[in-house]
Ligand binder design. Structure first.
Ligand code: MG
Length: 201
């Protein structure tokens, strides 16, 4: 099959005193999104959409939230893993479309910057990234941020390109191993801690 589609959804509650991060972007706001990781609801939805497109499970199966290695983790680590999965399956991203559902803050003023950051993480141009936001009218979900994401993938035809992408992913993997070791040292836990099955990534 030459094309695949993937869909992802996530939600996180707002919490005072937590930095707000959406779409890989730090946003000035009195509340952030509670989570075991940095709570980046949009990157989690995109990560699930990528994994779903190649039937590779979901974010929780790769990064169980009870694992101390992912405490306050930058969610771009999750997205990079999903990118690796789709490349191993022989695909690349064509475009992604997303909808955020949240009351505050307004996304419009930061949408362009968010689009660029997401595009950078996915290795595509910003014109292939859709960032939309709606308020949760009638949902009774004013203190929650939700994200929906749809991705389209196409098969990588050129084996040379696949090799180049694999090499890039290999160097990213090595960098992540170094980061993981540092995080483990800081948190005083083994590098390969056993996973548990909580679910609040
Ligand atoms: Mg999440």
């Amino acid at each position: 099959m030459d094309i695949r589609i993937g869909y992802g959804w996530d939600s996180h509650a707002f919490k005072a005193g937590v930095p707000l991060k959406i779409g890989g972007l730090a946003i000035e706001h009195p509340q952030g999104l509670a989570g075991h990781s940095d709570g980046d609801v949009l990157l989690h939805a995109i990560t699930d959409a990528l994994l779903g497109a190649v039937s590779a499970g979901d974010i929780g199966s790769f990064f169980p939230p009870g694992d101390p290695r992912w405490k306050d983790a930058d969610s771009s680590i999750f997205l990079n893993l999903a990118m690796e999965e789709i490349q191993n399956a022989g695909y690349r991203v064509v475009n992604v479309d997303t909808t955020l559902v949240l009351d505050q803050p307004k996304i419009g003023p930061v949408a362009a910057e968010m689009r660029e950051r997401v595009a950078e993480l996915l290795g595509i141009v910003p014109s292939n990234v859709g960032i939309k936001a709606k308020t949760p009218e009638g949902l009774g979900a004013d203190n929650v941020a939700q994200a929906h994401a749809v991705v389209l993938l196409e098969r990588i035809e050129d084996p040379g390109e696949l090799q180049t992408m694999s090499a890039v992913m290999q160097s990213q993997r090595e960098l992540e191993d170094v980061v993981r070791d540092l995080v483990s040292q800081v948190h005083g836990v083994p590098v390969r801690a056993p996973f548990d099955t909580d679910d609040i990534t």
